[in-house]
Design a protein around this ligand. Sequence first.
Ligand code: KG4
Ligand code: ZN
Length: 340
Amino acid sequence: MLVLGIETTCDETAAAVVRRSGEGPGEVLSNVVRAQFEAHAAFGGVVPEIAARAHIDALDGVVAKALADAGVTLDALDGVAAAAGPGLVGGVIVGLTSGKALALVADKPFSAVNHLEAHALTARLTDGVAFPYLLLLASGGHTQLLAVLGVGRYLRLGTTLDDALGEAFDKVAKMLGLGYPGGPQVELRAASGDPARFAFPRPMHGRAEPNFSLSGLKTAVRLEAERTAPLNETDVDDLCAGFQAAVVDVVANRARAGARAFAERFGAPSALVVAGGVAANGPIRQALQGLAGDLGVPMVAPPLALCGDNGAMIAWAGAERLALGLVDDLDFAPRPRWPL
Ligand code: KG4
Ligand code: ZN
């Protein structure tokens, strides 16, 4: 089954062609991502109106390149998938409408994909992970521990009470003048910093419910930054290192609580999976690797190109749904909010 996937929910215009041939991993035939970082950099975050216009400008070219890179025509496809939310509604409309139009003209089944479900199922595309598995979904807008029981079957074990993990990285980067998106910058600066110089809190540590809270940690970084100002390069490195060390401890502790909650209901998971943009973070991956070792299950993290937003994950989620006979109507409405 050959599916084209389109992603436009935030600040990446992306399209990809993926092949699914039964259970087991899929095959990414092309994966084109055009980031809009420069368009938003001056504002320190994504500006919805600018994002929607940039998607309009880029999408036709991105889709054409995805088909060309894969060496296929629209006719060869078995379906077209587009992210229908959650996300910035202007961008969602652009990708969703294009996906529907392509499905209509090529007379192919259409799949309206939940962007979070696409992140959640990426481990099946890359590694063929079997259900059920424990998932940490950590992006700029979402932080959830989920039991992934099947396609369309998700149980939320825990979530963040305030900021998302990626959002905390982005806000810390912004207050330290490091630009957007903040995660990669903070990770880079942390690598040459001293994580022990500043003592930051580990919110929710030891609690049984696998929830997160990050705003107190973010505020602690801001207060230390204000106390230490004017900041030199070493100060920034050390603040990043201290912040990231706290986040790594929190993630490991909260994921451990998630594993306990999972085991109580469903027994042993087939894997511990991490997905979403924050899954690109090396020290977070290492901490989860350690936890997976303790649990005696494999840790699965997508390759970096599939951690951030991309079209391959949308195409794959569409393929998984179409394989189950789940086809969506062409009047499927965009969903700015769409919890799993
Ligand atoms: O999944 P994603 O690409 O978009 C959303 O759906 O939000 O995630 C983007 C988020 C941003 O907050 C970004 O700062 C964060 O992922 N991120 C990272 C790293 N790379 C991206 N956070 C920590 N460390 C990284 N290396
Ligand atoms: Zn995402």
